[in-house]
Design a protein around this ligand. Structure first.
Ligand SMILES: C[S@@+](CC[C@H](N)C(=O)[O-])C[C@H]1O[C@@H](n2cnc3c(N)ncnc32)[C@H](O)[C@@H]1O
Ligand SMILES: [Zn+2]
Length: 206
């Protein structure tokens, strides 16, 4: 039987092996990190690619939804302190998420775009970034973050594409987004006119 210190070393060695494997899986010759024109750092193609090509794996720790909620709020709080909103939690399925907040997980730095050139393919509990169309060497990689429309006001989009809707919201919810934007605009006009019409009470001279 292993002694207590040996058990500790064995545990640490297991963890190192796990991270080494994850690091190996996260490597790709097809892309690299550079300063982004969209936001902070981004990931750029280092070779021409064909539609559907596998580019890189989004690696991370598989966590339950409960753990995910708690980690996401910690990550969001830290990110807010640095003036951005970077959260690296990726939805896998109804039960699990992947926490990709690891320095060697290059794919975590891929930015969102309203006209993305990549998409995420989920294979059981693993996530792979594939080309959505042919990509030229030097292009910034992007995918649709798929954010819910309910949080549209919290996430401004600066992808700079012709079809940019101004907010990071899943393309599948763009119709709802347009409705929400129109409602907000209408409210702004109504409240502006209402403010003009409310008579200001005159001071009585007694
Ligand atoms: C997972 S990080 C991506 C890497 C990020 N550029 C960085 O340097 O850390 C996600 C964050 O990047 C920013 N971001 C990504 N795509 C964006 C876009 N299209 N417009 C504006 N900000 C974006 C947002 O702050 C978002 O919460
Ligand atoms: Zn956009």
């Amino acid at each position: 039987m292993l002694k207590e210190p040996d058990k500790k070393i064995e545990k640490q060695a297991k963890l190192i092996r796990k991270f080494k494997k994850m690091w190996e899986r996260s490597q790709s010759d097809l892309c690299e990190v550079r300063g982004s024109v969209i936001h902070g750092r981004g990931v750029y193609a280092t070779a021409d690619m064909k539609k559907d090509d596998k580019i890189i794996e989004y690696v991370g720790e598989l966590i339950s939804k409960e753990e995910s909620v708690s980690r996401a709020s910690v990550q969001a709080e830290l990110a807010a302190q640095h003036g951005d909103a970077a959260v690296y939690i990726f939805t896998v399925d109804d039960d699990y998420d992947l926490d990709g907040n690891l320095p060697w997980n290059t794919a975590r730095l891929i930015n969102h775009s309203c006209e993305p050139n990549c998409e995420a393919w989920i294979d059981k509990t693993r996530i792979f970034i594939h080309a959505l169309r042919n990509i030229k060497k030097g292009e910034e990689l992007s995918f649709d973050y798929g954010f819910e429309v309910d949080t549209w006001e919290e996430h401004l989009c600066r992808c700079g594409k012709k079809s940019c809707v101004g907010h990071i919201v899943s393309r599948t919810q763009w119709k709802e987004l347009e409705k929400k934007k129109a409602e907000k605009h209408a409210w702004a006009i109504i409240t502006k006119h209402a403010a003009k019409k409310i008579p200001v009470a005159k001071k009585s001279r007694r």
